[in-house]
Design a protein around this ligand. Sequence first.
Ligand code: PLP
Ligand code: COI
Length: 367
Amino acid sequence: MSSIKIEPILKQVTPVLPDGLGFGRHFTGRMFSQRFTEAEGWSEPAIGPYENLVLNPAAAALHCGQMVFDGTKAYRRSDGDLNLFRAERNCERFNRSAERMGMPPVDVALHFDAIEMLVALEHRWVPDVDAGSLYVRPVMIATEPVLEVRASREYLHYIILSPVGPYFPDGFNPVSVYVSHDQVRAVRGGTGEAKTPGNYAASIAVSEAARKRGCQQVLWLDAVERRYVDEVGAMNIAFVYGDNEIRTPPLSGAILHGITRDSVLKLAPDLGYEISETPLKIDDVMRDIQNGDITEAFGMGTAAVIAPVGRLVMLDKEVTLNDNRTGPVAQRLFDQLTGIQYGRIDDPYAWTSRVNIDRRDAAVATS
Ligand code: PLP
Ligand code: COI
């Protein structure tokens, strides 16, 4: 029996979602939250109405940036139930991020239960559109009102849900990627491995430069030599050599341990591809795309799924991959991965866990 209290919400609204859902713009009617104090630890885990936070203007998160988040998705199966995909990994990563930021760990089992319960209660919000899913966003923020630079003694942990379509407006089509040649995002030993908002804040200015060159994503180079490919703004990256060999940069200490990346490392050999974790110099990558040795590139992420890369732009150079069309390797990995996530094909890896939705939810939730 879970210790999570389910509070009534005033009115069960029937979700009406617009056609162009976008990503992370709509939120469901409920959220999970619990608070931490040094004296009591975590207490009062509850699912209640989605509402604005009440925060002291001096809350440490707003001044020191002591915050972490994560992201996973619930997918609608054809039998109506939902699948979570390797969500326990997200729970573990949430705690690793928290540890890096000097924050207390959450109880992984309770965090997972909270995701399951929230998703089961809010299942009607899973959008019934192609590539639609319910994005799960767990967050932890430092709430103690204190301006000293030290670990907060109070925290809020909450989970919200967002019905989403594809991350990129064009769906499963090639994206253009801008190589950041001067600004860097994260350095080994820094916070790049943690999912903390500062990493993303560091990427905003360059994203604007990228947008001006017609690019949707930024590729980050290693912060020391600025020669090696690290990762892309919202996803890990891989390059296809010839028609069978996939190379992705190793987990250098500065990049996120992507769960999609890890899944591709396991899926690819089973589909007959060779895959390796190999340091990749950006100059070699640009050259190998130009001379045709690299035939495809793709990003890997929960939000982005498998995102084919059609163009790479660096300074005054620009190279095109596979005529800016989705290549066969990205297509196959996308089909296999989404097939497992939506329960359309067998899951030999036991990556999915089924959430039995509460078909009586209107009665449970309304009061
Ligand atoms: N790298 C960054 C910076 C990300 O934000 C993400 C998305 O979560 C990823 C990689 C991919 O990670 P995952 O596959 O676990 O979503
Ligand atoms: C995800 O894929 O879950 C991400 O967090 C990427 C981005 C939306 C920040």
